[in-house]
Unconditional design. Structure first.
Length: 211
């Protein structure tokens, strides 16, 4: 069965551009983003990895370690890295896993045989410090992902882990949030001193709490 939200992200050992990685050990107490791309030296993948390299500071601010993966070899990754750096103008400092025998790809369900039985689709797994899978995404080879959206969801996950809130449609850091329905109005008075707007009894909007 495919990996589901709340499952423990499977551990593995694999070769990468920074040497052997023991996944859980490498993650340590950080959040993690494991993402696959179909093939090295391909155009959409080149733009995605360049964009991810440029977002290094944004991932670091959130305590997130990023790791890429494809079925290509470490030597290919290292050669392609130079192209990514040249085209994006950013240094690729996150590791890229080489998975030629599809070991990790199969463990994470990154091979969708009716799309391709040789290459991974564009999968994303956001993993929390307890190693739980908190977000999964699968995109086709032809559509580059939006890495700002991945950061946006991480912001939501980190906020909602801390406060009894949820985030509405298209929410961005700093915008109003929703008080979760399990919180009574009595409790909400203590938890949200800034107050709230009751759009419906089940839809209470409050300024984003800060830690
Ligand atoms: C690309 O990254 O451009 C790509 C990779 C595999 C199949 C199609 C496109």
């Amino acid at each position: 069965m495919a990996l589901q939200l709340g499952d423990i992200a499977p551990d593995f050992e694999a070769d990468s551009t920074v040497g052997k990685i023991n996944f859980h050990q490498w993650l340590g107490n950080s959040w993690g983003v494991l993402f696959s791309h179909p093939k090295d030296f391909t155009p959409v993948c080149t733009t995605e990895l360049g964009a991810t390299a440029k977002l290094k500071g944004e991932f670091e601010k959130r305590g997130v370690k990023v790791v890429g993966l494809s079925v290509d070899s470490v030597d290919d990754h290292l050669a392609w890295k130079r192209d990514i750096e040249q085209t994006s103008g950013a240094k690729v400092e996150f590791p890229m896993i080489a998975d030629p025998d599809l070991k990790v790809a199969n463990l994470y369900g990154m091979i969708h045989p009716n799309a391709s039985d040789r290459f991974t689709v564009r999968s994303v797994f956001v993993i929390d410090p307890k190693k739980k899978v908190r977000l999964t995404l699968n995109y086709p080879a032809s559509a580059g992902r939006n890495f700002d959206e991945i950061l946006r969801v991480i912001d939501s996950l980190q906020l909602t882990d801390q406060f009894k809130v949820a985030t509405p449609v298209n929410w961005k850091q700093g915008q109003d949030v929703i008080i979760v329905p399990s919180v009574t109005n009595e409790e909400a008075k203590k938890l949200f001193p800034a107050g709230w707007k009751e759009v419906k009894p089940y839809l209470r909007v409050t300024p984003q709490p800060r830690s």
